[in-house]
Design a protein around this ligand. Structure first.
Ligand code: A2H
Length: 253
């Protein structure tokens, strides 16, 4: 962890009932995969959610009605940020592995796709954020490459039990224009740098470096309520709206 605290927005991705057997104990509750992001203005372009197949997660009580599926580490942090039913004490209702979450159908705020699915990403860190990541392949090189890996490698889909219909209908959605990189900046930079897979760490960090700052300084929204506005201006407005309507919460670590 860095010296500076990082403030994330946790996007509440609602698990659509009926629940599979592993989640049956949670029936009747509002259950969310809570994804940590630094880019709330990109949520229009969500195509799926990422989980670490071997990662350990739990279903933690946030209040009387809501349950967040996150890592135990982040649940403890949340409990100290008033996001637990019992003050400063996480309560785990069900222990889960990432593999148990693959294929869950989700409804996520702002997403143009009404239903998206939880899919495996092999590079998720368990000591950052909640261990749940929402996927925006138009603007995140990591997300673009992890989705490409699943699309182009049937063996990978078979290994993790990923059905074609959880990925193939979901195309990259243009949401932000960056003059230098166009409307699908992550796709363009991954192609330009000839990145081969989600494991190509060096090239991916170069791709992130190239797109991340430019997206903030030069990016313009091309969809949504703030269509035509600069990303810099839209970002706090979209963040505050998500927080106000209760579809996201703040989380720092
Ligand atoms: B970002 P930082 Cl569109 N493991 O959200 C790996 N990656 C994680 C993670 C974890 N445990 N938790 C969060 N993240 C991702 C959107 C996005 C993000 C876009 C573009 C860039 C971008 C959609 N995915 O991040 O190290 C999340 O992906 C570029 C770095 O704390 C989160 O924001 O700076 C970002 O990494 C936080 O990374």
């Amino acid at each position: 962890e860095g010296v500076q605290p990082e403030e994330y927005v946790l996007i509440k991705m609602k698990v659509i009932p009926p629940f599979p057997p592993k989640l049956k104990a949670l029936e009747g509750k509002n259950v969310y995969l809570a994804a940590a992001t630094l880019r709330p203005e990109t949520m229009y372009g969500q195509t799926n959610c990422w989980v670490l197949p071997d990662g350990k997660y739990g279903a933690f009580e946030i209040n009387e009605t809501d349950v967040f599926i996150v890592t135990a580490r982040s649940a403890l942090n949340l409990a100290y940020q008033r996001l637990s039913r019992a003050p400063e004490k996480p309560t785990c209702l069900v222990e889960l592995a990432g593999n148990d979450l693959i294929g869950l159908p989700l409804r996520s705020p702002l997403s143009f796709n009404e239903i998206i699915y939880a899919l495996p990403m092999l590079t998720i860190l368990t000591d950052k954020g909640t261990g749940i990541v929402t996927s925006v392949p138009s603007d995140s090189p990591d997300d673009y490459m992890a989705l490409q890996d699943l699309i182009t490698k049937p063996a990978l889909r078979t290994k993790f039990g990923v059905k074609d219909e959880w990925i193939l209908p979901f195309n990259v959605i243009p949401i932000i224009n960056i003059p230098e990189f166009g409307d699908k900046s992550a796709e363009k930079v991954c192609l330009d740098l000839k990145i081969k897979s989600q494991n190509d760490k060096e090239k991916l960090s170069e791709a992130k470096r190239m797109t991340y700052l430019k997206g903030f300084t030069d990016g313009v929204m091309i969809v949504g309520e703030y269509d035509g506005r600069k990303v810099q201006e839209a970002k706090p407005l979209i963040k505050n709206k998500l927080l106000a309507e209760g579809s996201a919460v703040l989380y720092s670590e």
